[in-house]
Design a protein around this ligand. Structure first.
Ligand code: COI
Length: 359
């Protein structure tokens, strides 16, 4: 693997106090960068002081959105060790997103090493208060300067990191979610399974309306019949009706969440009945009305987020009395325990910062 050149800042900043952290507003002292040019491949991996980019106004990512990213976290445990959560799976998912967007494949070992090396350089930015972590954002953008619509011939891969607290202002308290019967996030055959900028752009209008109506997020239904649950955009959705845990299948319209996969693996290891199947909004509202529903979201930023209320077609459906359900709490405690190294890691999901890949 090509060595990563490191240039350290001569002007390091002071990380903010852990108690003040929100999500995605503060960034560390350094960033990772590597370019792609046709005929040359990916080249010049390096860590440099964090700084703005200069871009030609005709850079194609600014016009046609050929951009992908991923999101993962590093945690500082009470033992002082820093752990990355499933960095290999996030690196492979970045490559799957690249495939959907016609972006040349990156070496997943290089992606994982870029993340490890940057977190190592900026390890003083990993906060230690429970509930906080270092959020890591690997990103690829198309950099060719042209206005024709075709895949770019050059790209920039970069990684930035910053300390974060809870994603939702509610923290681990139940969120209120509006089920959209008007707008859609993605459709089967589109880009719903890719972590690409356009999916988030598509969610903004509906999310603004939801917020005006007092909801934190939107639950998107399928783009064809507006009947089956897709995802929340910032997280995958799961529910428990009776003794069955249900989550929408990976049908090409939703993101293959790493936290989703972690939760499904845990639930199956606990012997619960887990179905990845289409679930209609009518089945969900009926279960909520019968008082037979527990619901939560899963995501890297959101972790495990209980859903306390759904709004749908002008009706309000309170879930589990608006309280965090027992299974939701157990999942949160288990995942967080693994991430901070206070619980066993039977599936080998965490990687201690000290361990290098590929020599
Ligand atoms: C993540 O959970 O890492 C995401 O990328 C979601 C984003 C809305 C913050």
């Amino acid at each position: 693997m090509t060595e990563i050149a490191i240039t350290r800042t001569t002007n390091p900043k002071q990380p903010p106090a852990d108690e003040t952290l929100t999500f995605g507003t503060v960034f560390s002292d350094h960033m990772f960068m590597m370019e792609y040019h046709e005929g040359q491949g990916w080249h010049d991996p390096r860590i440099v002081p964090y700084a703005p980019f200069v871009m030609d106004p005709a850079t194609c990512v600014l016009h046609y959105g050929q951009a992908i990213f991923d999101g993962l976290k590093a945690f500082r445990g009470p033992d002082g060790q820093i752990r990355l959560f499933r960095p290999g799976d996030h690196s492979r998912r970045l490559n799957r997103s690249a495939h959907y967007l016609c972006i040349p494949e990156l070496d997943p070992v290089m992606v994982e090493e870029s993340i490890r090396a940057l977190v190592e350089v900026d390890q003083n930015w990993v906060p230690k208060m429970p509930g906080t972590s270092l959020y890591i954002r690997p990103t690829v953008i198309a950099t060719e300067t042209f206005l024709g619509v075709h895949p770019s011939h050059s790209y920039l891969y970069y990684v930035i990191v910053g300390p974060v607290g809870a994603y939702y202002k509610e923290g681990m308290n139940p969120v209120r979610i509006l089920v959209s019967d008007q707008y859609v996030r993605a459709v089967k055959g589109g880009l719903g399974a890719a972590k690409t900028a356009g999916n988030y752009a598509a969610s903004l209008f509906g999310a603004e309306e939801a917020q005006k109506a007092g909801y934190t997020q939107v639950l998107w239904l399928d783009g064809v019949e507006h009947k089956y649950l897709d995802e929340v955009g910032t997280m995958n959705i799961m529910l428990k009706i009776g003794d069955e845990v249900i989550t929408p299948p990976l049908n090409g319209a939703i993101l293959a969440g790493i936290t989703r996969d972690s939760v499904l693996t845990l639930l199956r290891s606990w012997g619960l009945r887990v179905s990845e199947r289409p679930v209609s909004i009518d089945e969900v509202t009926a279960a909520a009305s019968a008082g037979n529903l527990e619901m939560w979201g899963t995501g890297t930023a959101a972790v495990i987020s209980p859903v306390g209320e759904l709004g749908y077609k002008g009706e309000r459906y309170v879930i589990n009395g608006g309280q965090t359900g027992a299974l939701t709490q157990k999942l949160y405690d288990t995942i967080v325990g693994i991430q901070y190294g206070t619980a066993p890691d039977p599936f080998g999901w965490t990687r201690l910062l000290g361990n290098r890949l590929g020599g």
